[in-house]
Design a protein around this ligand. Sequence first.
Ligand SMILES: Cc1ncc(COP(=O)(O)O)c(C=O)c1O
Length: 448
Amino acid sequence: MANTMSTHAMTTDDHRDRSRHLRKKSHRLIPGGSHTYAKGDDQFPEQVPAVISHGKGCHVWDLDGREFIEYGMGLRAVALGHAFAPVVDAVTRELSRGTNFTRPSPIELECAEQFLELVPSAEMVKFCKDGSHAVDGAVRLSRAYTGRDLVAYCSDHPFFSTSDWFIGTTEMKAGVPEAIRRLVVTFRYNDLSGLETLFAEHPGQIACVIMEPARTEEPEPGYLEGVKRIVHANGALLAYDEMITGFRWNKRGAQHLYGVTPDLSTFGKALANGFSVSALAGRREFMRLGGSDHDGERVFLLSTTHGAETHELAAAMATMRFYDNNPVVDTLYARGERLRRGFESAVQDHGLTGYVDLASRDCNLLFGTKDTEKRPSQAFRTLFMQELVNRGVIAPSFVVSYSHTEPDVDRTIEVVHQALHTYRLALENGVENYLIGRSVKPVFRRCS
Ligand SMILES: Cc1ncc(COP(=O)(O)O)c(C=O)c1O
Protein backbone atom coordinates (compact mmCIF):
# COMPACT_ATOMS: atom_id res chain seq x y z
CA MET A 1 0.00 0.00 0.00
CA ALA A 2 1.23 3.50 -0.71
CA ASN A 3 1.90 5.79 2.21
CA THR A 4 -1.72 6.52 2.97
CA MET A 5 -0.93 8.85 5.84
CA SER A 6 1.04 11.31 3.76
CA THR A 7 -1.44 11.33 0.88
CA HIS A 8 -4.25 12.07 3.27
CA ALA A 9 -2.97 14.67 5.58
CA MET A 10 -3.14 17.16 2.73
CA THR A 11 -6.58 17.97 1.43
CA THR A 12 -5.97 20.74 -1.03
CA ASP A 13 -8.32 23.59 -1.92
CA ASP A 14 -8.45 22.17 -5.45
CA HIS A 15 -9.61 18.86 -4.11
CA ARG A 16 -12.27 20.50 -1.95
CA ASP A 17 -13.50 22.56 -4.89
CA ARG A 18 -13.68 19.55 -7.16
CA SER A 19 -15.56 17.53 -4.56
CA ARG A 20 -17.96 20.39 -3.87
CA HIS A 21 -18.66 20.76 -7.58
CA LEU A 22 -19.31 17.03 -8.04
CA ARG A 23 -21.59 16.86 -5.04
CA LYS A 24 -23.62 19.82 -6.24
CA LYS A 25 -23.96 18.44 -9.73
CA SER A 26 -24.92 14.98 -8.44
CA HIS A 27 -27.69 16.42 -6.28
CA ARG A 28 -28.98 18.43 -9.24
CA LEU A 29 -29.16 15.39 -11.54
CA ILE A 30 -29.84 12.51 -9.13
CA PRO A 31 -32.41 12.68 -6.31
CA GLY A 32 -30.37 12.35 -3.10
CA GLY A 33 -27.14 12.73 -5.08
CA SER A 34 -26.66 8.98 -5.32
CA HIS A 35 -28.55 6.03 -6.82
CA THR A 36 -28.38 4.23 -3.47
CA TYR A 37 -29.40 6.06 -0.28
CA ALA A 38 -26.89 4.17 1.87
CA LYS A 39 -24.06 5.63 -0.26
CA GLY A 40 -25.41 9.17 0.01
CA ASP A 41 -23.61 12.26 1.31
CA ASP A 42 -25.78 12.32 4.42
CA GLN A 43 -24.38 8.95 5.48
CA PHE A 44 -20.77 10.17 5.65
CA PRO A 45 -18.74 13.03 7.10
CA GLU A 46 -18.04 15.91 4.74
CA GLN A 47 -14.38 14.89 4.32
CA VAL A 48 -15.22 11.64 2.56
CA PRO A 49 -14.46 11.65 -1.19
CA ALA A 50 -17.46 12.80 -3.23
CA VAL A 51 -16.91 9.79 -5.46
CA ILE A 52 -14.67 6.75 -5.57
CA SER A 53 -12.82 6.38 -8.84
CA HIS A 54 -11.77 2.74 -8.62
CA GLY A 55 -10.76 -0.03 -6.27
CA LYS A 56 -8.49 -3.05 -5.98
CA GLY A 57 -8.78 -5.55 -3.15
CA CYS A 58 -9.88 -3.54 -0.12
CA HIS A 59 -8.28 -0.30 -1.34
CA VAL A 60 -10.06 2.47 -3.21
CA TRP A 61 -8.92 5.71 -4.81
CA ASP A 62 -10.65 9.04 -5.27
CA LEU A 63 -10.36 11.23 -8.37
CA ASP A 64 -7.28 12.94 -6.93
CA GLY A 65 -5.46 9.65 -6.50
CA ARG A 66 -5.87 9.58 -2.73
CA GLU A 67 -5.87 5.99 -1.49
CA PHE A 68 -8.11 4.60 1.26
CA ILE A 69 -8.69 1.31 3.01
CA GLU A 70 -12.40 0.65 2.62
CA TYR A 71 -14.79 -1.33 4.83
CA GLY A 72 -18.28 -2.64 4.11
CA MET A 73 -17.43 -2.55 0.44
CA GLY A 74 -20.40 -2.20 -1.95
CA LEU A 75 -22.83 -2.37 0.99
CA ARG A 76 -21.27 -5.74 1.93
CA ALA A 77 -21.60 -7.14 -1.60
CA VAL A 78 -17.90 -7.19 -2.44
CA ALA A 79 -16.84 -9.89 0.02
CA LEU A 80 -13.85 -11.16 -1.96
CA GLY A 81 -12.42 -7.80 -2.99
CA HIS A 82 -12.69 -5.13 -5.65
CA ALA A 83 -11.68 -6.15 -9.19
CA PHE A 84 -11.10 -9.68 -7.89
CA ALA A 85 -9.29 -11.49 -10.71
CA PRO A 86 -11.06 -14.90 -10.73
CA VAL A 87 -14.43 -13.16 -10.87
CA VAL A 88 -13.41 -10.49 -13.37
CA ASP A 89 -11.88 -13.14 -15.65
CA ALA A 90 -15.06 -15.24 -15.60
CA VAL A 91 -17.19 -12.19 -16.38
CA THR A 92 -14.90 -11.06 -19.18
CA ARG A 93 -15.00 -14.49 -20.83
CA GLU A 94 -18.79 -14.49 -20.76
CA LEU A 95 -19.15 -10.91 -22.01
CA SER A 96 -17.60 -11.74 -25.34
CA ARG A 97 -20.08 -14.62 -25.86
CA GLY A 98 -23.18 -12.44 -25.52
CA THR A 99 -25.13 -11.72 -22.36
CA ASN A 100 -28.86 -12.02 -23.02
CA PHE A 101 -30.63 -14.25 -25.55
CA THR A 102 -34.19 -15.11 -26.62
CA ARG A 103 -33.92 -18.46 -24.84
CA PRO A 104 -32.12 -19.33 -21.60
CA SER A 105 -28.38 -19.85 -21.64
CA PRO A 106 -26.89 -23.12 -20.23
CA ILE A 107 -25.24 -21.05 -17.52
CA GLU A 108 -28.67 -20.50 -15.93
CA LEU A 109 -28.90 -24.22 -15.18
CA GLU A 110 -25.23 -24.60 -14.28
CA CYS A 111 -25.40 -21.73 -11.82
CA ALA A 112 -28.61 -23.14 -10.28
CA GLU A 113 -26.95 -26.56 -9.83
CA GLN A 114 -23.90 -25.02 -8.20
CA PHE A 115 -26.01 -22.86 -5.89
CA LEU A 116 -28.24 -25.78 -4.83
CA GLU A 117 -25.19 -27.89 -3.99
CA LEU A 118 -23.96 -25.09 -1.77
CA VAL A 119 -27.27 -24.44 0.01
CA PRO A 120 -28.64 -27.91 0.69
CA SER A 121 -31.89 -26.74 2.32
CA ALA A 122 -33.02 -25.51 -1.08
CA GLU A 123 -34.42 -27.79 -3.77
CA MET A 124 -35.14 -25.07 -6.34
CA VAL A 125 -33.77 -21.61 -6.96
CA LYS A 126 -34.65 -18.61 -9.07
CA PHE A 127 -32.14 -15.85 -9.73
CA CYS A 128 -32.83 -12.17 -10.08
CA LYS A 129 -30.90 -8.94 -9.78
CA ASP A 130 -31.36 -7.52 -6.32
CA GLY A 131 -32.19 -8.65 -2.85
CA SER A 132 -35.46 -6.75 -2.55
CA HIS A 133 -36.83 -8.53 -5.55
CA ALA A 134 -35.93 -11.94 -4.09
CA VAL A 135 -37.58 -11.10 -0.76
CA ASP A 136 -40.67 -9.81 -2.59
CA GLY A 137 -40.79 -13.15 -4.39
CA ALA A 138 -40.83 -14.94 -1.02
CA VAL A 139 -43.72 -12.72 0.09
CA ARG A 140 -45.81 -13.33 -3.03
CA LEU A 141 -45.14 -17.06 -3.00
CA SER A 142 -46.11 -17.33 0.68
CA ARG A 143 -49.30 -15.37 0.13
CA ALA A 144 -50.20 -17.53 -2.85
CA TYR A 145 -49.43 -20.80 -1.06
CA THR A 146 -51.31 -19.95 2.12
CA GLY A 147 -54.07 -17.80 0.64
CA ARG A 148 -53.36 -15.26 3.39
CA ASP A 149 -52.47 -11.57 3.18
CA LEU A 150 -50.39 -10.60 6.22
CA VAL A 151 -46.60 -10.56 6.30
CA ALA A 152 -44.79 -10.68 9.66
CA TYR A 153 -41.21 -9.42 9.78
CA CYS A 154 -38.66 -9.06 12.56
CA SER A 155 -38.53 -5.39 13.56
CA ASP A 156 -35.00 -5.72 15.00
CA HIS A 157 -33.75 -6.22 11.48
CA PRO A 158 -33.58 -2.92 9.66
CA PHE A 159 -34.16 -3.67 6.00
CA PHE A 160 -35.84 -6.26 3.82
CA SER A 161 -37.06 -4.70 0.60
CA THR A 162 -37.52 -1.52 -1.39
CA SER A 163 -41.14 -2.52 -2.09
CA ASP A 164 -44.26 -0.90 -0.68
CA TRP A 165 -45.00 -3.70 1.81
CA PHE A 166 -41.75 -2.89 3.65
CA ILE A 167 -41.10 0.80 2.88
CA GLY A 168 -44.64 1.57 4.08
CA THR A 169 -43.55 0.53 7.57
CA THR A 170 -40.59 2.94 7.71
CA GLU A 171 -40.35 6.65 8.48
CA MET A 172 -39.97 7.27 4.74
CA LYS A 173 -43.36 5.92 3.75
CA ALA A 174 -44.56 8.75 1.50
CA GLY A 175 -46.30 7.31 -1.54
CA VAL A 176 -47.32 4.03 0.08
CA PRO A 177 -51.08 3.56 0.58
CA GLU A 178 -52.16 2.90 4.16
CA ALA A 179 -54.03 -0.20 2.93
CA ILE A 180 -50.69 -1.83 2.08
CA ARG A 181 -49.13 -0.80 5.38
CA ARG A 182 -51.98 -2.57 7.19
CA LEU A 183 -50.94 -5.90 5.66
CA VAL A 184 -47.69 -5.99 7.64
CA VAL A 185 -47.13 -6.92 11.29
CA THR A 186 -43.89 -7.18 13.25
CA PHE A 187 -42.28 -9.16 16.05
CA ARG A 188 -39.06 -8.89 18.10
CA TYR A 189 -35.97 -11.08 17.82
CA ASN A 190 -35.37 -13.71 20.52
CA ASP A 191 -38.95 -13.32 21.76
CA LEU A 192 -40.90 -16.51 21.13
CA SER A 193 -43.89 -15.57 23.24
CA GLY A 194 -44.21 -12.29 21.30
CA LEU A 195 -44.40 -14.28 18.08
CA GLU A 196 -46.98 -16.63 19.57
CA THR A 197 -49.08 -13.65 20.62
CA LEU A 198 -48.82 -12.17 17.13
CA PHE A 199 -50.21 -15.35 15.57
CA ALA A 200 -52.94 -15.46 18.24
CA GLU A 201 -53.94 -11.87 17.44
CA HIS A 202 -54.15 -12.61 13.71
CA PRO A 203 -55.48 -16.17 13.51
CA GLY A 204 -55.23 -17.73 10.04
CA GLN A 205 -54.04 -14.45 8.52
CA ILE A 206 -50.23 -14.48 8.51
CA ALA A 207 -48.75 -15.88 5.30
CA CYS A 208 -45.09 -15.78 6.24
CA VAL A 209 -42.53 -14.82 8.83
CA ILE A 210 -39.49 -13.05 7.39
CA MET A 211 -36.32 -12.53 9.37
CA GLU A 212 -32.57 -12.53 9.17
CA PRO A 213 -31.42 -15.68 10.98
CA ALA A 214 -29.21 -13.34 13.04
CA ARG A 215 -27.95 -9.79 12.90
CA THR A 216 -26.25 -8.11 15.86
CA GLU A 217 -27.77 -10.49 18.38
CA GLU A 218 -27.09 -14.23 18.35
CA PRO A 219 -30.15 -16.50 18.56
CA GLU A 220 -30.77 -17.76 22.08
CA PRO A 221 -30.63 -21.57 22.38
CA GLY A 222 -33.79 -23.00 20.83
CA TYR A 223 -35.00 -19.65 19.46
CA LEU A 224 -34.72 -20.40 15.74
CA GLU A 225 -36.17 -23.89 16.25
CA GLY A 226 -39.00 -22.31 18.26
CA VAL A 227 -39.79 -19.80 15.52
CA LYS A 228 -39.99 -22.57 12.96
CA ARG A 229 -42.29 -24.62 15.22
CA ILE A 230 -44.64 -21.69 15.87
CA VAL A 231 -44.72 -20.63 12.21
CA HIS A 232 -45.56 -24.13 11.01
CA ALA A 233 -48.06 -24.78 13.82
CA ASN A 234 -49.90 -21.73 12.52
CA GLY A 235 -49.83 -22.81 8.88
CA ALA A 236 -47.44 -20.07 7.71
CA LEU A 237 -44.09 -20.21 5.85
CA LEU A 238 -40.71 -19.32 7.30
CA ALA A 239 -38.41 -17.21 5.10
CA TYR A 240 -34.81 -16.38 6.03
CA ASP A 241 -33.32 -13.25 4.51
CA GLU A 242 -29.66 -14.28 4.10
CA MET A 243 -28.65 -11.21 2.14
CA ILE A 244 -26.02 -10.37 4.78
CA THR A 245 -25.50 -13.67 6.58
CA GLY A 246 -25.18 -15.68 3.35
CA PHE A 247 -21.55 -16.13 2.21
CA ARG A 248 -20.44 -14.49 5.45
CA TRP A 249 -21.71 -16.38 8.56
CA ASN A 250 -20.99 -19.60 6.68
CA LYS A 251 -20.52 -20.40 3.00
CA ARG A 252 -23.76 -22.42 3.15
CA GLY A 253 -25.60 -19.66 4.94
CA ALA A 254 -26.51 -18.98 8.56
CA GLN A 255 -29.20 -21.65 8.22
CA HIS A 256 -26.42 -24.23 7.94
CA LEU A 257 -24.43 -22.72 10.81
CA TYR A 258 -27.41 -22.71 13.19
CA GLY A 259 -28.84 -25.99 11.84
CA VAL A 260 -32.35 -24.66 11.23
CA THR A 261 -33.68 -24.71 7.69
CA PRO A 262 -36.39 -22.34 6.51
CA ASP A 263 -39.01 -23.00 3.85
CA LEU A 264 -37.67 -20.19 1.68
CA SER A 265 -34.47 -18.21 1.79
CA THR A 266 -33.09 -15.25 -0.07
CA PHE A 267 -29.49 -14.49 -0.96
CA GLY A 268 -27.77 -11.60 -2.74
CA LYS A 269 -24.95 -9.19 -1.99
CA ALA A 270 -21.81 -11.40 -1.68
CA LEU A 271 -23.24 -14.15 -3.90
CA ALA A 272 -21.57 -12.67 -6.98
CA ASN A 273 -18.92 -10.48 -5.32
CA GLY A 274 -20.69 -7.24 -6.13
CA PHE A 275 -22.17 -8.24 -9.48
CA SER A 276 -25.90 -8.06 -9.48
CA VAL A 277 -27.26 -11.52 -8.69
CA SER A 278 -29.74 -12.47 -6.01
CA ALA A 279 -31.60 -15.68 -5.37
CA LEU A 280 -34.87 -16.95 -3.99
CA ALA A 281 -34.40 -20.55 -2.96
CA GLY A 282 -36.57 -23.05 -1.17
CA ARG A 283 -38.41 -26.28 -0.95
CA ARG A 284 -39.89 -27.66 -4.16
CA GLU A 285 -43.37 -27.84 -2.64
CA PHE A 286 -43.47 -24.02 -2.58
CA MET A 287 -41.12 -22.99 -5.37
CA ARG A 288 -42.88 -25.14 -7.97
CA LEU A 289 -45.91 -22.85 -7.79
CA GLY A 290 -43.84 -20.44 -9.88
CA GLY A 291 -43.66 -23.08 -12.63
CA SER A 292 -46.23 -25.00 -14.64
CA ASP A 293 -45.93 -28.63 -13.46
CA HIS A 294 -48.93 -28.37 -11.14
CA ASP A 295 -52.68 -27.97 -11.47
CA GLY A 296 -53.04 -25.00 -9.12
CA GLU A 297 -53.00 -21.32 -9.85
CA ARG A 298 -49.61 -20.19 -11.19
CA VAL A 299 -47.58 -17.63 -9.27
CA PHE A 300 -45.70 -14.94 -11.16
CA LEU A 301 -42.36 -15.58 -9.50
CA LEU A 302 -39.39 -13.38 -10.43
CA SER A 303 -39.15 -12.76 -14.13
CA THR A 304 -37.25 -9.80 -15.52
CA THR A 305 -35.53 -8.89 -18.76
CA HIS A 306 -32.09 -8.72 -17.15
CA GLY A 307 -32.64 -11.36 -14.49
CA ALA A 308 -30.29 -14.00 -15.80
CA GLU A 309 -27.62 -12.10 -17.69
CA THR A 310 -24.87 -14.57 -18.42
CA HIS A 311 -21.89 -12.53 -17.23
CA GLU A 312 -23.52 -11.88 -13.86
CA LEU A 313 -24.23 -15.59 -13.39
CA ALA A 314 -20.62 -16.25 -14.40
CA ALA A 315 -19.62 -13.91 -11.58
CA ALA A 316 -21.79 -15.87 -9.15
CA MET A 317 -20.32 -19.18 -10.31
CA ALA A 318 -16.75 -17.91 -10.01
CA THR A 319 -17.52 -16.52 -6.56
CA MET A 320 -19.08 -19.75 -5.31
CA ARG A 321 -16.15 -21.74 -6.77
CA PHE A 322 -13.70 -19.48 -4.98
CA TYR A 323 -15.56 -19.99 -1.70
CA ASP A 324 -15.43 -23.75 -2.27
CA ASN A 325 -11.69 -23.84 -2.91
CA ASN A 326 -10.45 -21.22 -0.45
CA PRO A 327 -10.96 -20.50 3.25
CA VAL A 328 -12.95 -17.32 2.55
CA VAL A 329 -15.29 -17.37 5.53
CA ASP A 330 -12.49 -18.41 7.94
CA THR A 331 -10.46 -15.47 6.67
CA LEU A 332 -13.35 -13.04 7.18
CA TYR A 333 -13.66 -14.21 10.78
CA ALA A 334 -9.89 -14.13 11.37
CA ARG A 335 -9.43 -10.59 10.02
CA GLY A 336 -12.49 -9.40 11.90
CA GLU A 337 -11.22 -10.95 15.12
CA ARG A 338 -7.84 -9.23 14.73
CA LEU A 339 -9.61 -5.93 14.13
CA ARG A 340 -11.99 -6.40 17.05
CA ARG A 341 -9.16 -7.18 19.46
CA GLY A 342 -7.20 -4.11 18.35
CA PHE A 343 -10.31 -1.94 18.46
CA GLU A 344 -11.30 -3.11 21.93
CA SER A 345 -7.84 -2.55 23.33
CA ALA A 346 -7.79 0.96 21.80
CA VAL A 347 -11.18 1.67 23.39
CA GLN A 348 -9.80 0.57 26.75
CA ASP A 349 -6.57 2.57 26.36
CA HIS A 350 -8.56 5.75 25.76
CA GLY A 351 -11.01 5.08 28.60
CA LEU A 352 -13.91 4.86 26.15
CA THR A 353 -15.61 1.68 27.35
CA GLY A 354 -19.36 2.23 27.08
CA TYR A 355 -18.90 5.07 24.56
CA VAL A 356 -17.62 3.21 21.51
CA ASP A 357 -18.34 -0.43 20.90
CA LEU A 358 -18.63 -3.19 18.34
CA ALA A 359 -21.59 -5.43 17.62
CA SER A 360 -22.27 -8.55 15.54
CA ARG A 361 -19.94 -11.35 14.49
CA ASP A 362 -16.28 -10.81 13.63
CA CYS A 363 -17.15 -11.32 9.95
CA ASN A 364 -19.63 -8.42 10.14
CA LEU A 365 -18.43 -5.84 12.68
CA LEU A 366 -20.63 -2.76 13.23
CA PHE A 367 -19.50 0.06 15.48
CA GLY A 368 -21.68 2.08 17.84
CA THR A 369 -20.90 5.61 19.07
CA LYS A 370 -22.35 7.22 22.18
CA ASP A 371 -22.32 10.72 23.63
CA THR A 372 -21.40 11.94 27.13
CA GLU A 373 -24.66 10.50 28.47
CA LYS A 374 -23.92 7.18 26.72
CA ARG A 375 -26.81 7.71 24.31
CA PRO A 376 -26.36 6.67 20.64
CA SER A 377 -25.02 9.74 18.85
CA GLN A 378 -24.95 10.62 15.16
CA ALA A 379 -22.61 13.54 15.89
CA PHE A 380 -20.05 11.24 17.49
CA ARG A 381 -20.53 8.71 14.69
CA THR A 382 -19.71 11.46 12.21
CA LEU A 383 -16.69 12.59 14.22
CA PHE A 384 -15.33 9.05 14.44
CA MET A 385 -15.75 8.50 10.68
CA GLN A 386 -14.25 11.95 10.03
CA GLU A 387 -11.11 11.07 11.99
CA LEU A 388 -10.84 7.73 10.18
CA VAL A 389 -11.33 9.19 6.72
CA ASN A 390 -8.82 11.97 7.36
CA ARG A 391 -6.26 9.23 7.95
CA GLY A 392 -7.19 7.08 4.97
CA VAL A 393 -9.90 4.72 6.19
CA ILE A 394 -13.48 4.82 4.84
CA ALA A 395 -15.54 2.90 7.36
CA PRO A 396 -19.31 3.13 7.78
CA SER A 397 -18.74 -0.22 9.55
CA PHE A 398 -15.79 -2.55 10.03
CA VAL A 399 -17.17 -5.25 7.76
CA VAL A 400 -14.10 -6.94 6.28
CA SER A 401 -13.54 -8.65 2.96
CA TYR A 402 -11.28 -11.56 1.99
CA SER A 403 -8.87 -8.95 0.58
CA HIS A 404 -8.26 -7.18 3.90
CA THR A 405 -4.75 -8.29 4.82
CA GLU A 406 -3.27 -8.30 8.31
CA PRO A 407 -1.26 -5.11 7.49
CA ASP A 408 -4.52 -3.43 6.35
CA VAL A 409 -6.15 -4.36 9.63
CA ASP A 410 -3.11 -3.28 11.66
CA ARG A 411 -3.02 0.07 9.87
CA THR A 412 -6.74 0.47 10.62
CA ILE A 413 -6.12 -0.21 14.31
CA GLU A 414 -3.45 2.51 14.36
CA VAL A 415 -5.92 4.92 12.80
CA VAL A 416 -8.64 3.88 15.26
CA HIS A 417 -6.25 4.78 18.09
CA GLN A 418 -5.77 8.27 16.65
CA ALA A 419 -9.50 8.70 16.01
CA LEU A 420 -10.35 7.66 19.56
CA HIS A 421 -7.89 10.20 20.92
CA THR A 422 -10.03 12.92 19.30
CA TYR A 423 -13.22 11.17 20.46
CA ARG A 424 -12.00 11.38 24.06
CA LEU A 425 -11.25 15.09 23.68
CA ALA A 426 -14.67 15.65 22.12
CA LEU A 427 -16.37 13.97 25.09
CA GLU A 428 -14.47 16.28 27.41
CA ASN A 429 -14.71 19.54 25.44
CA GLY A 430 -17.81 19.19 23.25
CA VAL A 431 -18.17 17.34 19.96
CA GLU A 432 -18.98 20.61 18.14
CA ASN A 433 -15.39 21.75 18.74
CA TYR A 434 -13.98 18.81 16.75
CA LEU A 435 -16.63 18.00 14.17
CA ILE A 436 -15.96 19.77 10.89
CA GLY A 437 -19.29 20.05 9.07
CA ARG A 438 -22.74 18.60 9.66
CA SER A 439 -23.72 15.27 11.26
CA VAL A 440 -24.79 12.17 9.39
CA LYS A 441 -28.50 11.27 9.42
CA PRO A 442 -30.44 8.00 9.26
CA VAL A 443 -31.65 7.02 5.78
CA PHE A 444 -35.18 6.38 7.03
CA ARG A 445 -36.33 9.83 8.13
CA ARG A 446 -39.51 11.62 7.27
CA CYS A 447 -38.10 14.99 6.23
CA SER A 448 -34.70 16.36 5.22
C1 LIG B 1 -31.01 -7.91 5.01
C2 LIG B 1 -31.31 -7.28 3.68
N1 LIG B 1 -32.34 -7.73 2.95
C3 LIG B 1 -32.65 -7.20 1.75
C4 LIG B 1 -31.91 -6.16 1.24
C5 LIG B 1 -32.28 -5.59 -0.10
O1 LIG B 1 -31.31 -5.92 -1.04
P1 LIG B 1 -31.11 -5.00 -2.35
O2 LIG B 1 -30.56 -3.70 -1.90
O3 LIG B 1 -30.13 -5.81 -3.17
O4 LIG B 1 -32.44 -4.87 -3.00
C6 LIG B 1 -30.83 -5.65 1.96
C7 LIG B 1 -30.06 -4.51 1.43
O5 LIG B 1 -29.28 -3.87 2.08
C8 LIG B 1 -30.52 -6.21 3.21
O6 LIG B 1 -29.50 -5.76 3.96
